[in-house]
Write a protein that binds this ligand. Sequence first.
Ligand SMILES: Nc1ncnc2c1ncn2[C@@H]1O[C@H](COP(=O)(O)OP(=O)(O)OP(=O)(O)O)[C@@H](O)[C@H]1O
Ligand SMILES: [Mg+2]
Length: 287
Amino acid sequence: MIELRDLTKRYGDFTAVNEVSLKVDEGTLLVLLGGSGSGKTTTLKMINRLIEPTSGSILFDGQDVLKMPAHEVRRRIGYAFQKIGLFPHMTIAENVGVTPRLLGWEAGRIRRRVDELLETVELDPKEVRDRRPSELSGGQQQRVGVARALAAEPKVMLLDEPFGALDPLTRDRIQQFFLRIRKETGLTAIFVTHDMVEALILGDQIAVMNRGDLVQVGTPRQLLTKPADDYVESLMATPRQQADFVEELLAQEPTGKSTGKSGGKAGSKSGGKSRGKSRGKSRGKSS
Ligand SMILES: Nc1ncnc2c1ncn2[C@@H]1O[C@H](COP(=O)(O)OP(=O)(O)OP(=O)(O)O)[C@@H](O)[C@H]1O
Ligand SMILES: [Mg+2]
């Protein structure tokens, strides 16, 4: 469905994305993981022609993306990028309906679709449809961005940390809704996240980037059991370390915890935390 071949982006002497090759099969969700500056956003933006590659190629359904008109690519691939915001002068309804309008849907159908999508991302259409983006919170704007990306029922989506600004409970519900949509529509997607748990929940495949290089691609299980290097291993260890830390907190004496919280015995609180951290670190190193 989407294939990258030796995709490279250089800025002068600096290589932001270095000969990345990977395939995303139809119906697959590939999570792109990696540290800040590793080239994730650059890779996504090259796929929908927001950044021109220095070399390499991109195939979409066997067609060369670099030979397709950029507007055609963006119409066929839904995208939600955190920094490419909503159109500030349009209302929320106009923002969500932008691609269906370009595709020539009739007004009633657009209106129904917009309301349905706003409801799915847990926004009340009556309340928000006529507001401007600046009249919504950051997390609400992000949800409008996801609704906009889904509007014309794309078969392929690129999502760059789409749920990053959401509180944990809303995030959990929207993740579940996204999993349902994927099942119902057989959506193919590339999804950038920094959240390891989100990567494990949503990803059929996980691709790890480090400083422009693609380090490993595999199922979550493959990455957990056979990490290609220390970097992948330490990334995959983080959810377990956090879970261990929470368990350790729960296992502490209730009296110890309350004295720590009240600030009476600061030593006991910081002692607990450093124990958790050092344990996590020694685990990562020894394994
Ligand atoms: N226009 C540019 N000129 C020079 N360097 C750039 C340019 N755009 C991006 N870069 C560099 O390319 C590298 C990759 O950037 P990119 O935005 O793809 O990272 P990322 O993996 O998405 O990081 P984050 O997780 O922080 O969003 C970074 O080191 C960045 O500084
Ligand atoms: Mg980025």
